[in-house]
Design a protein around this ligand. Sequence first.
Ligand code: HEM
Length: 411
Amino acid sequence: MKAILSMSAVYAACLLFVQDADAQRGPGFRGGRGPRGDANFVADRDTFHFLLENHKQIKRQVTLLANGVETLTTSEDKQIVERLQEHVKAMYERVEKGNPIRRRDPLFDELFRHAEKLDMKLELVPDGVRVVETSDDPFVVKLIQAHAAVVSKFVEHGFAEAQKNHAIPPADSPSASSASKLTEEQQRKLLSFSAAFDRVYIPALALTNQQMQVPSEAAIARLRAWTDTKSSDVRELLGPVSSDSEPWTTIQNAIEQADALVQAGQLSEAHEALEPIRSLLTEERKRVSLTYPIDRLNEFHDVMESIVKPAMKANLESIDEQFLAQLSEKAVEASTLWSRVEQTSFTSPDFQLTDEEHQKLEQMIAAERKALTQIQHALRDGDYATILQAAIAIKPPFAKTYMLFGDFQDE
Ligand code: HEM
């Protein structure tokens, strides 16, 4: 279907008065160029960062329609209203021109892939924007509704929500439910691809996190080169069993975006763009029932972060009953998931581990168990400082374990 963008007369008139985004950037402007060839990236990011910062002063109502949504997003603050209107206008231009943003987030990526099927009506009202978004395609209706729910979550939680990725709603089409399983030969191939991918992915992930510019450039170049060469093989394996969502496309986009961010010196953002890839691949392998040892580490990673991140932010005064209850629950979960790692064999030659690395692996797996036991003891004994210290200490042995599966070459 052809793209239809309808705007109210009010909106069309207002467009004439929207300043050029570059002209709005002040002298203190900070930040890189963003993805290559995307002149509006920085301006658009600044606007939605502003909205996220001020999320508490934004109100929103979403009405579900049979074929989409009607939303009303408002604020009492004049400046927020202006930025909100500017944001929606900019996002619609992106949808219209097929110029995606936030591609690391599967839901946003998918929405942009179906931009042609979106019908959007936008009305600027004095205190905000009213939007009606519809589609004739039932799957796109689901995407629209899921996206509107995510925007509401941005309004509710601000940056905490923007850091998360959002799942694509399941399609009811037969293609999604009839996902076939892989043959033994395909399983073996996918296992070998997964290990080879991790050998180039892990260095890019680790080095961007360590803020090492030059080594990150080399690592991301290797990751891109690998992905470019092997894409058609991986697609062949994942393609026939994939639903509409094409996770491999999402992964390639995320890598491309991370590359541009590394070039722009934005290593934390690049790391963020790369981070969701591991969960996406874990999900794909789960879907085709492939047992891949590193997925046990990936599963542990997510729970570990839900312990370490809050512990790093906390201080002795901020600890309360709720914090401790959550920590306790997560510590039990982490311990269970680590038992699965302990039961997993990492001896496949696909991992290319040397004898020395195998020994180190054993040591690190044992070190993680020790750290997990220490957190349980600290929770039992109740000393807040020891609890926080023990919570943070579960990360290094995991990181060392995980990094053994990366090929760091000279980086
Ligand atoms: C508090 C923060 C935010 C507010 C208030 C906000 C508001 C809105 C509104 C009102 C719409 C029109 C569609 C609807 O009402 O559902 C919209 C669309 C959109 N927003 Fe945001 N947004 C926020 C953050 C973000 C962020 C962080 C991104 C990430 C890049 C983003 C990307 C988009 C995109 C791509 C669209 C167009 C897609 C579509 O409407 O189908 N927004 N936003």
